[in-house]
Design a protein around this ligand. Structure first.
Ligand code: NOJ
Length: 756
């Protein structure tokens, strides 16, 4: 090749690249906005941007923690150095912050006021893992709306929720804050929360959602918070990214980068996820904020030497706003002046920020009516929604001899015991910043109100970690009672951020307390309130019934009372696999098929074991704990029984753009009206990559009267079966599939179909 040829080739490559870039820019412009912006909004944004100095632009990209007196920030606000505050909820102070920004800064740009409103604001709903256990997106949306009504009344217009991190390791304390292990369920919950928070654009009760943490944070090695992850692009695209994409499509206005580094790259500097996937592929035109000092933490990660370098890396990856590193504020101007960062990158970030502020109507209504804010909090309809959600979030894991529901006429004396029976702060769960414990109704309070004079309370243990050798007082009280209601679990502080655990058994002497109660000979109903699926196998034989309540929030007490006494019927299902022992981590239902699957019931459908795989010794399991969890994903009992039959598909062969019409008969064969969460799972038998043994593709809450039976029909677009395959594209791969309809991920008989 001559020098001339080389030169020519280079020119052609450059031209092709330029043409590609121009095309991309063009298609980006013609793509529909993910946050619903309009030409008018964009013109307004441009008008503001045109008036801004570089310093004012950089100021918009700076978020600070308010923490008290607005006057401490007065000077910075006047100088336009702050675009957003977090951690202020007092409406009077928020108004004052806004007043300084709007009336005393040169351009009068209102502040975006953010807060972690994660599972309710004042009225606290169950933790997100409990919300997921409802399998009821409509109810979850309603709860998010309640949170928005309460928070926006006080001036909070941005919540750092929903957390969409897939979590398959219950040691990780933040498993409490998400929807559990399943991608499809997580996506549905995320969309619901986004819709609920954001409500109607321009409305004063619209609160911008922030989908977080982008991305992979839940895969922290060893379940230790903040730890590194090593997710491949395929795993990201098939498991971790889809909930984010769904929430972007649902209109999420903002997104937060995560603390973790994935495969060596901190998320806050990851151009692949933040630019290629989020902006270029999904067309996200909302705001990207860092997590708290996650830009600064890139220095600890050893990815950048100082704040200036990490600020350059973050803006280079497309971060718009810096939460509490002050890296942008301190260094962006000089980085632009030195040519290391283009001013167009700053402009793009500021556009994203201003767009959100305009769409929230903040320019029209920067202030709230502080005097009216109080009346919105804990409104009766908010408490009712929280109670309904708590009822639906509880999972019945055991009910020997149909002990539950209890008949109030048959239990005169009720012993209430256990460290969670009267723990008003702890039943609120993690991230209940604004929930006030004086508004919490504990099980003890609810039971006393319902059964005046019939409740005996002997706590047994003051808190979950207390050790005690003897329980004579509790046992004596149990002997005198007709029934024992034991409320066990873990305090709020044992889950959530930076609260990982290596031991997932009930802490302290709780298991011993339960064993002592069992020995007293009276029926024992255990309720576990926790932020994660604990390993409760050894406790099951010591109770007749067990209700699992992921920290249920303000109205947990009345909800549990209703469930225990049959005024509500459990319908919750496990959003995460319950393990027998912590050593089984990670164990989740939608794992890939190994070459040597356990040869018991785990072998699905008509796939026969290969020669040599029939002996236990050669298959995938633990010598001491076998191959199964304690309870599978999607599991939960009711006070009735449900029977599935005649699962059918409308065709045997589908086109890749077709729709599966699945029908089945669901019968309530018991004597109580109840709701069942019917679940549809699919397996792609042979793929260009090995595929999960089952994947949830649909669920449906079906309410049936006692004795009623119904033919249920659901539709699933074949496109739902697409995955990111060996060729690096996302598509449905033609071939053989199986489908199950069942009450959990480990039940049902497969029906076969093909995609051609
Ligand atoms: C750190 C947490 O990781 C994030 O989820 C939260 O929203 C921010 N802090 C703000 O409080």
């Amino acid at each position: 090749m001559t020098d001339n040829d080389r030169m020519m080739n280079k020119t052609i490559r450059t031209l092709a690249l330029l043409a590609g870039a121009a095309l991309c820019a063009a298609c980006a412009q013609h793509r529909p906005s993910t946050v619903g912006t309009t030409p008018e909004v964009e013109q307004r944004v441009e008008r503001i941007l045109a008036q801004m100095t570089l310093a004012e632009k950089v100021g918009q990209m700076n978020q600070v923690s308010a923490g008290g007196d607005p006057s401490q920030y007065a000077e910075a606000l006047r100088a336009g150095q702050i675009g957003s505050i977090l951690n202020e909820v007092d409406p009077v102070r928020i108004n004052e912050f806004q007043r300084i920004a709007v009336e005393e800064s040169r351009l009068g740009i209102p502040l975006l006021v953010g807060r972690d409103v994660i599972h309710g604001f004042h009225t606290v709903f169950p933790i997100p893992l409990g919300l997921a256990a409802t399998f009821d997106p409509a109810l979850v949306e309603e709860g998010a709306r309640v949170a928005a009504l309460e928070a926006t009344a006080q001036g909070v217009r941005w919540t750092f929720s929903p957390m969409l991190d897939i979590a398959r390791d219950p040691r990780w304390g933040r498993i409490a804050e998400g929807s559990g292990e399943d991608t499809w369920l997580d996506a549905r919950m995320g969309e619901a929360m986004v819709r609920g928070y954001q409500g109607t654009q321009w409305d004063a009760t619209s609160m911008a959602a922030c989908i977080k943490h982008f991305v992979g944070y839940g895969a922290a090695e060893g379940g230790r918070d903040y730890n590194s992850t090593f997710l491949t692009e395929r795993e990201l695209r098939n498991v971790y990214l889809p909930p984010f994409e769904a929430a972007v499509r649902a209109g999420a206005m903002t997104l937060m980068t995560s603390f973790n580094d994935n495969d060596g790259i901190p998320s806050t500097a990851n151009t692949f996820t933040l630019k290629q996937v989020l902006r270029d592929e999904w067309g996200f035109d909302g705001l990207v904020v860092t997590d708290w000092n996650s830009m600064g933490e890139m220095i600890s990660h050893g990815y950048g030497a100082d704040r200036k370098e990490v600020a350059r890396q973050a803006i280079g990856a497309g971060v718009d706003m810096d939460m509490m590193t002050f890296g942008f504020l301190s260094h962006l101007e000089e980085l632009v002046q030195s040519g290391a960062v283009k001013e167009s990158a700053i402009d793009a970030a500021v556009r994203n920020i201003l767009r959100v502020k305009v769409l929230l109507g903040l320019f029209e209504h920067p202030y709230v009516d502080a005097a009216a804010a109080q009346a919105v909090q804990y409104a009766p309809e908010h408490l009712a929604a929280a109670q309904r959600t708590a009822e639906e979030s509880v999972v019945l894991l055991r009910n020997e001899g149909d002990l539950l529901p209890l008949d109030p006429a048959r239990v005169r004396t009720i012993l209430v015991t256990g460290p969670m029976a009267d723990a008003p702060h702890d039943q609120l769960g993690t991230w209940a910043f604004d929930g006030q414990k004086q508004h919490t109704v504990t099980p003890l309070a609810a039971l006393r109100e319902r059964f005046p004079g019939r409740v005996v309370y002997v706590p047994g243990l003051g808190h979950s970690r207390e050790h005690r050798a003897r329980f004579d007082d509790v046992v004596a009280a149990a002997r005198r009672a007709d029934v024992v209601l034991a409320f066990l679990g873990e305090e709020a502080i044992l889950s959530g951020e930076a609260h990982s655990l290596a031991d997932l058994n009930l802490q302290g002497s709780q298991s011993e307390l339960l064993a002592a109660l069992k020995a007293a000979g009276k029926p024992v109903v255990a309720t576990v309130m926790a932020g994660r699926p604990l390993t409760i196998e050894r406790d099951l034989p010591n109770c007749g019934a067990l209700l699992y309540a992921f920290h249920p929030g303000t109205m947990g007490g009345p909800a549990l009372t209703n469930l225990i006494f049959g005024d509500a019927v459990p319908s919750g299902k496990t959003p995460v696999t319950f393990l027998r022992t912590v050593g089984q981590v990670p164990m989740y239902y939608n794992h890939h098929m190994t070459g040597r699957p356990y040869n018991g019931e785990l072998l699905l459908g008509d796939i026969a074991p290969e020669a040599g795989q029939t002996s236990l010794g050669n298959t995938s399991y633990y010598l001491d704990y076998g191959a199964y969890p304690l309870f599978p994903f999607g599991y939960g009992l009711s006070y009735t029984r449900f029977a599935y039959s005649d699962v059918a598909l409308d065709k045997a062969v589908y086109a890749t753009d077709g729709t599966l019409r699945v029908s089945f008969t669901l019968a309530n064969t018991g004597s109580r009206d109840a709701t069942e969460v019917a679940q549809v799972y699919v397996r792609d038998l042979v793929g260009s990559l090995t595929r999960p043994v089952k994947e949830l593709k649909h669920f449906e809450r079906v309410a049936l009267k006692a004795g009623e039976s119904r033919r249920v029909e659901v539709e699933i677009p074949v496109s739902e079966l697409a995955f990111f395959g060996a060729d690096g594209t996302r598509k449905v791969e033609p071939g053989d599939f199986q489908l199950w309809v069942a009450g959990d991920s480990a039940s049902g008989e497969p029906v076969s179909f093909q995609v051609q």
